[in-house]
Ligand binder design. Structure first.
Ligand code: SF4
Ligand code: SF4
Length: 85
């Protein structure tokens, strides 16, 4: 099974929030739940820096679509693809 994890370069990120609003999973969760929180979002800006949120037990996590990577004006996001058992 492949697991997708994004990494943010804290030296480049300006906290602009573009990745948060461009992420299709975040958008879907916002539509369903009405707000984005640590429980349902896959990326949020906290203290001025974007933070990926991965929770193994959760049904919704980053699916590696790459939209945030392409939308980040600072090119601060990298995607890791991990092979899990
Ligand atoms: S789009 Fe890029 S610069 Fe803006 S908050 Fe996200 S990672 Fe940071
Ligand atoms: S790769 Fe896709 S699903 Fe993952 S955080 Fe970025 S936009 Fe969201």
């Amino acid at each position: 099974m492949q697991v997708y994890k994004i990494k943010i370069n804290h030296n480049l990120c300006t906290g602009c929030n573009v990745c948060v609003v461009s992420c299709p999973i975040n958008f879907d969760q916002l539509r369903k739940k009405g707000k984005l929180t640590d429980e349902n979002a896959v990326i949020l800006v906290k203290n001025g820096i974007a933070r990926p949120i991965y929770v193994e037990q959760r049904s919704v996590n980053c699916d590696g679509c790459g939209v945030c990577l392409r939308s980040c004006p600072q090119q601060a996001i990298n995607l890791q693809i991990l092979e899990m058992e």
